[in-house]
Ligand binder design. Structure first.
Ligand SMILES: [Zn+2]
Length: 367
């Protein structure tokens, strides 16, 4: 676990180092893992333990990357994995190297015990979950045909052992207005991109996204969270951009929102031919909604001993895996409140507890 935290798998440093550590560890138990690497240092790690029987398999979907430590100071260094008071401290301890260690340990123990399984275990530890889901998408495209029928997908993200079956989707949009630069003393010779952006902001103020409220997840939200424009006090700005964070609920089509914005720009251009704006998608993940009454979820609940499933505020790669057609459940050790903040930690006892849960889940569905 310490080594996994020390591998510092931020978007900047990439996932290859952490994938190699896991690959080596698994090799000691005679488990073949495959590293799929691209770019400078990006990597997915895939483990596929095949069974001669043909029961539907289980896919465990993790992510190798972590968010950066941020500007604030940490009580313990963010990338050392210090152990104290029964906790392991560091970036990624809860999100989600604790979950990775737990599921890998469960798989190793089952393999080392020589337990005969009747279905395949597949584990993907993907790159880029915190940024653009590049790893999950790459795995699904390249590996879809090699997957057996699946009983379900389990995502060992930190849910503090609650069973999560729904979360909102993410749609991050950048809107950029284009203008024409001119000397600040002769603004009439240019087109001011900031003035154009003001028109966009005024429109957005009155824009309501259409959606059906969801019983667990509530509504769709929209917030303009970044703005940038202009280079110097004496230059008419030729570019201004804003970043919009939209969280969607199941049933919403992201393309509808993008088209609403494009219509808005067309209207503004009609009023002012010099107006020029475009919208681009920075990040997009659909909402997740697994039927809590399906057999997989009911059986999962009975193994774990919890009667209720939950919805959460954060997003995962879950919707990408849901496209495989199997029910997706998020369940793992660690508290989501400590993630993406300074002083992230995980209780060692929770990781141990998770190992037992995952072993029971594998045995329940695959034997
Ligand atoms: Zn995560």
């Amino acid at each position: 676990m310490r080594k996994l935290i020390q591998a510092e798998s931020t978007a900047e440093k990439g996932e290859l180092a952490v994938a190699e550590i896991i690959w080596q560890e698994l090799g000691r138990s005679g488990i073949d893992a495959r590293i799929d690497t691209w770019g400078q240092n990006r990597a997915n790690l895939v483990v596929h333990i095949k069974s001669p029987e043909h029961k539907a398999g289980l896919l465990f979907a993790c992510h190798l990357d972590v968010v950066p430590p941020g500007e604030a100071s940490w009580k313990y260094p963010a990338f050392e994995g210090v152990e104290s008071d029964g906790k392991i401290h560091g970036r990624g301890s809860a999100d989600m190297k604790g979950g990775i260690v737990a599921i890998l340990t469960a798989i190793r123990q089952i393999v080392e015990a020589g337990t005969k399984l009747e279905g395949d275990i597949i584990l993907i530890a993907a790159a880029g979950e915190e940024t653009d889901s590049c790893g999950a998408k790459r795995f699904i495209t390249s590996y879809k045909d090699k997957l057996p029928a699946l009983a379900g997908v389990v995502i060992p993200e930190p849910t503090n052992f609650e069973i999560v079956t729904a979360h909102r989707g993410i749609l991050w949009l950048e809107v950029a207005t284009k203008g024409k630069a001119a000397h600040g003393s002769t603004p009439q010779l240019g087109v001011n991109a900031i003035t154009s952006m003001k028109a966009v902001l005024d429109e957005l103020e009155n824009y309501k996204i259409v959606f059906e409220p969801h019983e667990l997840l509530g509504g769709c939200s929209m917030s303009i969270n970044t703005i940038a424009g202009g280079k110097a006090m004496n230059v008419v700005p030729d570019k201004c951009s804003i970043g919009i964070d939209i969280r969607t609920v199941p049933g919403q089509n992201h393309q509808d929102i993008i088209e609403d914005l494009q219509k808005m720009f067309a209207k503004l251009k009609q009023k002012n031919p010099q107006f020029d704006a475009e919208v681009s998608v920075v990040r997009e993940v659909g909402a997740l909604e697994t039927d809590s009454n399906c057999d997989f979820v009911k059986d999962f609940c009975s193994v774990v001993g919890i009667g209720q499933t939950k919805a959460v505020g954060f997003t995962t790669d879950g919707p990408h895996f849901a496209a495989l057609g199997a029910p997706v459940v998020i369940f793992g050790p660690g508290k989501s409140e400590v993630c993406h903040k300074p002083d992230e930690y995980i209780e060692i006892s929770d990781v141990k507890k998770a190992v037992e849960y995952y072993k029971n889940i594998i045995l329940r569905f695959l034997s």
